[in-house]
Design a protein around this ligand. Structure first.
Ligand code: MLT
Length: 308
């Protein structure tokens, strides 16, 4: 039996699918730190994580580890270089969270357009500030999607009912593919110059870190909105801070620079601030759990390593 450690609140379908296969002994425990679990279960074969940080020390604590599965899209929480140096394969479950994140983007846009957060707080405080909360409509606006992968494409699809115009930037996107998906493929600079809303859906890596900088933000229309439900590192928050007030920009944010609650470095510029809830739906948790288990079984049966 191969030991699978799941140190997180992943949907029970992962455990059930692996148990039904008969080749795995599954240990799921979210009551202790991963480091503690790793030393208690040093004979682990596969590790399935959500946002837990998988450091070199954690990998070294499980000498029999063969595969790490990130039940999610991003894998910046995993020391991939070290995993590879130890012969440990790493997989993610791209797309499993996509709809959850796309719906969050729509929720943020509508909430901000109609002052839902501020108007709720004001009304609960006993005020009736109807005149202060004149909103705007999303319908008919131009939406820029930076990164047109699984999530970006679903944002476009979910927004299509609002009769918006979608401009998409993705280095891997052809004009024809964009058209098929209801978008126009444009340069990054055009997204910033032409859109009322710019939604970021790039991974954070050496090519994208800090890519949304002063020269792009300066091109934005006055009153336009930036939405970041991807990774904090792709946006230069100091450049946004410098330009935001003058241009009357809005910033809807689901990421902290360090992905930690204690990090308050963007609360001064965020108009809505969430604790990275993009993938936090029952459905996305189920999808990511199911995919993690079936990918592990496929990996073992067919020997296919899907490197991230
Ligand atoms: C992901 O990478 O899957 C999402 O950003 C969700 C998360 O990290 O919690």
């Amino acid at each position: 039996m191969k030991k699978v450690l799941i140190p997180t609140k992943l949907d029970a379908v992962a455990r059930e699918t692996l148990n039904a296969n008969g080749s795995y002994e599954v240990v799921q425990d979210d009551s202790q730190e991963l480091a503690t679990l790793a030393s208690q279960h040093s004979d682990t074969y596969a590790l399935i994580v959500r946002s837990e940080k998988v450091t070199a020390e954690i990998i070294d604590a499980m000498p029999t580890l063969k595969v790490i599965i990130r039940a999610g899209a991003g894998y910046n929480t995993i020391d991939i270089k070290h995993a590879r140096s130890k012969g440990v394969d790493v997989m993610n479950t791209p797309g499993a969270n996509a709809n959850a994140v796309a719906e969050e983007v729509v929720a943020l846009m509508l909430a901000d357009a109609r002052h839902v957060v501020a108007a709720d707080a004001s009304t609960r405080a006993g005020k009736w500030e109807k005149k202060n909360f004149m909103g705007k409509e999303v319908t008919g606006k131009t939406i820029g999607i930076v990164g047109f992968g699984a999530i970006g494409q679903l944002v476009a699809k979910r927004l299509s009912g609002f009769d918006v115009k979608i401009l998409a930037y993705d280095p891997f996107l052809s004009d024809e593919r964009a058209r098929d998906l209801g978008a126009e493929s444009v340069e990054l600079t055009d997204i910033f110059a032409k859109c009322d809303y710019v939604s970021l859906h790039m991974p954070e890596n050496d090519d994208t870190r800090g890519i949304i900088n002063k020269s792009l933000i300066a091109r934005m229309k006055n009153g336009a909105t930036i939405i970041n439900c991807a990774r904090a590192g792709i946006l230069n928050e100091n450049d946004l801070r410098e330009l935001k007030a003058d241009k009357g920009l809005r910033f809807l944010n689901d990421v902290y620079p360090k992905d930690e609650a204690a990090d308050q470095t963007v609360t001064d510029i965020a108009d809505i601030m969430l604790p990275h809830l993009g993938a936090s739906t029952v459905e996305a948790n189920f999808n990511a759990a199911k995919r993690s288990a079936t990918q592990l079984i496929g990996y073992d049966e067919k020997g296919i390593a899907s490197y991230v």
